[in-house]
Write a protein that binds this ligand. Structure first.
Ligand code: PLP
Length: 403
C-alpha cells in the first residue's frame, strides 16, 4: 500500500489546521472521503440528477441504473446472493431500527433476545423500544478481559432465545467477536442471527454466507462513503417474510383505497425517494476499497496498532483498554488525572483529531466503570508519524496538567 499516494486522494488531509498538517485519528466515528467518491457524487448532480424508478426519461433511467448497480456491487462486496438482499438505509442505526421493528414484530410474548454488554446504543435502544410494545426479555452476554464471554453467551441462550444480535467489532475496545461461532450457537437454538458490522465492514472482508448472518448492518460513511447511506443485508427468504418498516411511495406494487401490496425486494424496504447520490458515492467507495484490497487494509491497521500500543504504553500514567491480540484499528486510553475531553482539546491545538466521551456505548462504559475515554482510531491513510505526533501531544497534555 502506497500511503502517500492514498493520502493524495483525500483533499481534506491535504489541508492545514493552525498551520499544522491534519492528523485525522477519529475514523471509527467517520472516515474522510477520497476525491473519487466526491467526484462521483458531483457527476451525478451535474450530469444525470433525476429520481429513480419513476421516469421514462433518459436522466431517470441513468440514475436508476447507477442506483441499482450500487446495490449489486454491495451484494458482491459482502458475498450476498444478489441485489435483492441489499437494502439501502440512512445508516446502521436506521438498519437496526428496521430489524428491531420488523423482525421484532414476528416475535411472541415471552420470547428472548440476546445482546452483549459491548453493544453500541444502535443495537440496544431499538430492542428496548420493542420490549415496550411486547413482553420480551432482553439479556446481555458478559465481557471478560475485553472479550465477549462465550461461556456466558452460551448459558444465556435457551429455547426462548429467538434473536441473537451482536456487534462484529466493538467501537470502544476494537474487540473482534467470533461471529461464525455465535452464529452456530444461534442456529442450534433456531434463533435469528443479527450482526452490527458498523465497525467491521470498513476493516475486514465481510462474507455474509460464511458468517451465516440472517441480517447484517453497516454504514457507508465509516468506509470512505458519504453520510446518509447505510446497508441492511438480509437473507432474501427472511426479508420476504418480514413486514416493511417505513411505508409509502416506491415500496408498494399496488395501492387501492382499501389496501396496498408491497413491492419486490429490496424496494419493499426502501420507502420514498432514496439517497441516490449517497448510493452512487458509496459505489465509488467500494471500488476504492476493492482496489486497495481489504487484506491490505487489515495488515496496515495491524501494523499501526502494534506500533501505537507499544508507543503509547511508554507514556507514564497512561491506561489502555481492550483485549490482548487482534483488534480493529481502535486505541482506547485515559491519562490518570486528565479528563479525556481535555486530552482531546490539547491534541486538537496541534491538528490531531481524536474522539473523547462515552462513544455511544454507555452500558459498556458503566461495565468498565469509567465515565469518559479518549479514542484514537486508524484507517488506510494514517501513518506511524501521526501516532508519534499523538504521543508527543499526550506528553504535552501531561505537562500542562503538571502530571
Ligand atoms: N454500531 C457501531 C458498533 C458503531 O460504532 C456505530 C457508530 O459509531 C453504529 C452502530 C451507528 O452507526 P451510525 O451512526 O452510522 O448509524
Amino acid at each position: 500500500m502506497n500511503i502517500e499516494k492514498i493520502r493524495s486522494d483525500f483533499p481534506l488531509l491535504l489541508q492545514k489546521h493552525n498551520g499544522k498538517k491534519i492528523k485525522y485519528l477519529d475514523n471509527a466515528a467517520t472516515t474522510q472521503k477520497p476525491k473519487q467518491v466526491i467526484n462521483a457524487i458531483k457527476k451525478y448532480y451535474e450530469k444525470y440528477n433525476a429520481n429513480v424508478h419513476r421516469g421514462i426519461n433518459f436522466l431517470s433511467q441513468k440514475a436508476t441504473e447507477k442506483f441499482e448497480d450500487a446495490h449489486e456491487k454491495t451484494a458482491e462486496f459482502i458475498n450476498a446472493k444478489n441485489y435483492k438482499e441489499i437494502i439501502f438505509t440512512n445508516n446502521t442505526t436506521e438498519a437496526m431500527n428496521t430489524i428491531a421493528y420488523s423482525l421484532g414484530s414476528m416475535l411472541k410474548n415471552g420470547d428472548e433476545i440476546l445482546l452483549t454488554k459491548m453493544e453500541h446504543h444502535a443495537n440496544i435502544v431499538p430492542w428496548q423500544e420493542l420490549a415496550k410494545r411486547k413482553k420480551i426479555k432482553i439479556r446481555f452476554a458478559n465481557i471478560k478481559n475485553g472479550k465477549l464471554d462465550m461461556e456466558d453467551l452460551k448459558e444465556k441462550t435457551n429455547s426462548k432465545t429467538k434473536i441473537i444480535s451482536v456487534t462484529m467489532a466493538s467501537n470502544i475496545l476494537g474487540t473482534i467477536n467470533p461471529v461464525e461461532k455465535i452464529s452456530k450457537i444461534a442456529k442450534e437454538q433456531g434463533a435469528y442471527f443479527v450482526v452490527d458490522a458498523a465497525q467491521a465492514a470498513p476493516h475486514t472482508k465481510i462474507n455474509v454466507k460464511k458468517i451465516n448472518a440472517d441480517l447484517l448492518a453497516f454504514s457507508g460513511h465509516k468506509m470512505l462513503g458519504p453520510t446518509g447511506i447505510g446497508v441492511l443485508y438480509g437473507k432474501s427468504e427472511l426479508l420476504e417474510k418480514m413486514p416493511p418498516f417505513l411505508t409509502g411511495g416506491d415500496m408498494i406494487s399496488t395501492v387501492t383505497l382499501k389496501q396496498s401490496r408491497w413491492n419486490k425486494l429490496p424496494w419493499k424496504f426502501e420507502a420514498g425517494t432514496p439517497n441516490i447520490a449517497g448510493a452512487i458515492g458509496f459505489d465509488a467507495a467500494l471500488d476504492y476499497l476493492k482496489k486497495i484490497k481489504m487484506e491490505n487494509i487489515e495488515a496496515h491497521e495491524q501494523k499501526l496498532m502494534n506500533y501505537a500500543e507499544k508507543r503509547i504504553k511508554e507514556i507514564k500514567g497512561i491506561e489502555t483498554y481492550g483485549p490482548k491480540g487482534p483488534k480493529t484499528g481502535i486505541l482506547p486510553f485515559n491519562i490518570k488525572g486528565i479528563h479525556a475531553h481535555d486530552v482531546a482539546g490539547i491534541l486538537d491545538e496541534d491538528a490531531i483529531a481524536i474522539r473523547s466521551g462515552n462513544h455511544c456505548a454507555q452500558p459498556l462504559m458503566q461495565e468498565m466503570n469509567i465515565e469518559s475515554l479518549a479514542r484514537a482510531s486508524f484507517y488506510i491513510y494514517n501513518t506511524i508519524e501521526e501516532i508519534d505526533s499523538m504521543a508527543i501531544g499526550i506528553e504535552k497534555a501531561k505537562k500542562i496538567f503538571g502530571i
